[in-house]
Design a protein around this ligand. Structure first.
Ligand SMILES: Cc1cc2nc3c(=O)[nH]c(=O)nc-3n(C[C@H](O)[C@H](O)[C@H](O)COP(=O)(O)OP(=O)(O)OC[C@H]3O[C@@H](n4cnc5c(N)ncnc54)[C@H](O)[C@@H]3O)c2cc1C
Length: 642
């Protein structure tokens, strides 16, 4: 996906003259890179927290604010990659609201139209300690696909899921299955070379086809079908930029063809049903791509898994830490994994797989990802009036179109895009933009029945991360899905199952979380992203609302009184007001109100909290603390209260 990368001013959290005890884990370059970004990624040992000079963050305030603090994530005897901070261990008193158990937002996606949450398979929470061969954390497409491949190979597999199955981004997706990847192969080759680009094309093609094979084998009726993908210019015919973009698309088509993708360039390409005044004809055609109904497919796979003796699943069971225990050197000794759940149970496993979409770590791979919010509408069109295809324009914040079944009369046209960095822009206008774009091109479109948004993660070198986590032998991760996370999730099943079985896989290096060279090639964009992220700490100086009285019912915002700490405030439909600390427990960013999904979103690393203050999406694991005396301690840590 091509997205504009704007640069903000730098907020120096840790001035160079302060005594900082740097902690560089392991020997890989990725961690050494932290030292390049002095002041951006210093993280301190909690035990030996240095005394920092107190920079004045709010000149108009009588109180002075301290930089946010970071806690070490290493543990000298074992390696704990998802460890607890003081904030994480705070008892959460607010239960997760039911809507957040089902999905990651106030708005439901189009997939519930034919597959309501009530039709998802039900599993119980874990209520005792457990031993298993393989523990998978997260029941989205990555976790379920990986479970499927491993169970098929005879492994004992247990999934634990923090909420209900399919409650993550998989339930909020838009359903394309393609190896016409968002970032474009000419760009991918710049980071990974021709061989890397070829591996990306082959592996996503395998995943696209694998979903079709499994659907057929398990007799899952999930609208899986083949169709062409069209990439068109974002500009109308006649504009100079239209011709420039067609030239880019022609070059991309030729390169894709060389990689073995069934791609061609068609200067006269038109889409059946695009009869609006705006004419963007011409573009790249990738034949033989696919789409499906994602939750129908995965519910089918889960129902099959449920019947297998070597499969277990526990929902409403959140992993709080995942650690490697023991020592293994040259085949001697034994290392295994322990997973601690929020309820205090321990799962012992030979191998753990974090299929949580968001990395559970404080930092590490998370620093190589950018966090975006992406939007969709489902609008009715008369059946047969729009070609069944995948359509994308070539814009940085692109728009795309595909169809799914609605009823006897109509199809839904799913139109998506308008991405922006999490917590950094207004959310509601994006739906309007999608609607206007659609009606200008497809006048037969009638009513919008669903509007929703979700989160995607963009790795700086374009490829997701699948494989053993940095510094680990027994813990695997699947993350950095980008807009192609469905095929990425299916691919995770093959790559991880092969690695566990000791089968060499030609695509493994491309996705390895331990890769270095493509990440180094991406350093300039990594640094600019880092600066942009750090600029978000400017919210310590800003207030969204001046007076709670002015807040509308059903609305939220951050109140940052000059004499106090930033508070996340929500006023419900009856006018009752709840207040939380506005400080994200992950790395102490100040959250922003997301009016579309009625959540508080952190602009630093994309953690999200429901209007009740409950953590819905990590990397944070704790809720927002209440804005009472207890909560003030947490706020005080973040802003250096007196
Ligand atoms: C609007 C939108 C449109 C998209 N369109 C497409 C598309 O057309 N094609 C495509 O290929 N991709 C698309 N994507 C991306 C794709 O949907 C995602 O990348 C993919 O669904 C991610 O799957 P996952 O299994 O990795 O993560 P998720 O589906 O998010 O699953 C992760 C699960 O882990 C659980 N979890 C998290 N933390 C813990 C914990 N500590 N303990 C236990 N469980 C935990 C979560 O509750 C969640 O259920 C789109 C994404 C969005 C938002």
């Amino acid at each position: 996906m091509h997205l504009s990368k704007s640069l903000g001013t730098v907020f120096t959290r840790a001035p160079r003259q302060t005594t900082i005890r740097w902690r560089l884990k392991g020997s890989d370059v990725i961690h050494q890179r932290s030292s390049i970004l002095t002041g951006c990624r210093a993280y301190f040992s909690q035990q030996s927290r240095p005394t920092l000079p107190t920079p004045t963050l709010n000149p108009s305030s009588s109180k002075q604010a301290q930089p946010p603090l970071f806690f070490s994530i290493t543990n000298s005897s074992t390696r704990t990659y998802a460890s607890l901070t003081s904030a994480d261990t705070m008892a959460s008193t607010t239960p997760m609201p039911e809507q957040s158990m089902h999905t990651s937002g106030a708005l439901d996606s189009v997939w519930v139209h034919q597959q309501p949450y009530s039709a998802y398979p039900k599993f119980s929470p874990l209520t005792q300690d457990l031993e298993t061969d393989i523990c998978i954390v997260g029941a989205g497409i990555s976790g379920i696909s990986t479970a499927y491949e491993l169970v098929r190979r005879g492994k004992n597999v247990t999934i634990i899921e923090a909420r209900d199955v399919l409650s993550g981004e998989t339930g909020r997706t838009s359903g394309h299955l393609t190896n016409d990847l968002d970032d474009g192969y000419l760009e991918i080759a710049k980071k990974h070379g021709d061989d890397g680009a070829k591996a990306a094309a082959e592996s996503h093609a395998w995943a696209r086809d694998r979903i079709g094979v499994i659907a057929k084998e398990l007799h899952i009726d999930c609208e899986y079908r083949r169709l062409p993908a069209y990439d068109v210019s974002q500009y109308p015919v006649g504009e100079k930029k239209h011709d420039e973009e067609l030239k880019e698309l022609k070059d991309e088509a030729e390169y894709q063809h060389k990689l073995g993708i069934e791609t061609r360039f068609d200067p006269n390409l038109t889409v059946k049903g695009w009869t609006g005044k705006i004419d963007q004809r011409g573009g790249l055609v990738a034949d033989n791509q696919a789409t499906f109904h994602p939750t129908k497919y995965l519910v089918g796979v889960l129902n099959w898994l449920k019947d297998q003796p070597n499969f277990k699943c526990y929902t409403r069971t959140r992993a709080m830490s995942i650690s490697e225990k023991g020592v293994e050197v040259l085949g001697l000794g034994h290392k295994r994994v322990e997973i601690q759940t929020e309820e205090g149970y321990t799962i012992k496993a030979e191998v753990a797989i974090e299929a949580t979409c968001v990395p559970l770590q404080k930092l590490s791979v998370i620093t190589e990802l950018e966090f975006y919010r992406s939007y969709c509408i489902a609008i009715r069109v008369p059946k047969g009036s729009v070609e069944d295809c995948l359509l994308y324009d070539n814009a940085e914040e692109y728009k795309y179109v595909r169809l799914t079944a609605c009823d006897d009369k109509d199809d839904y046209m799913v139109v998506g895009g308008c991405d922006h960095k999490v917590g950094q822009e207004d959310t509601l206008p994006r739906f309007e933009e999608l609607e206007i774009w659609t009606r200008e091109r497809f006048p037969q479109a009638t009513t919008i029945d669903y509007k929703w948004s979700g989160q995607i993660f963009e790795p700086v070198d374009y490829m997701g991360f699948i494989g053993k986590n940095q510094g680990c032998d027994k813990i695997y991760i699947v993350t950095g899905d980008s807009g192609d996370g469905l095929t990425h999730g299916a691919l995770a099943g093959r790559l991880i199952a092969d690695e566990i079985d000791g089968v060499a896989n030609p695509w493994a290096n491309l996705y390895s979380p331990k890769r270095v060279s493509s990440i180094l090639k991406s350093l300039p964009s990594l640094i600019s992203h880092d600066l942009q992220i750090n600029a978000q700490y400017k919210r310590f100086l800003e207030t969204d609302i001046v007076d709670i009285e002015d807040l509308g019912r059903g609305c939220g915002g951050v109140l940052n009184p000059k004499t106090s700490k930033p508070m996340a405030v929500y006023k419900d439909e009856n006018g009752n007001v709840t207040k939380f600390s506005a400080i994200c427990p992950h790395l102490k960013g100040v959250v922003c109100w997301n009016a579309a999904e009625k959540s508080f979103d952190c602009p630093v690393h994309g953690s999200r909290f429901s209007k009740e203050g409950v953590c819905v999406i990590g990397p944070a694991k704790a809720n927002l603390s209440p804005a009472d005396e207890a909560g003030k301690t947490e706020q005080g840590i973040a802003v250096g209260a007196a």
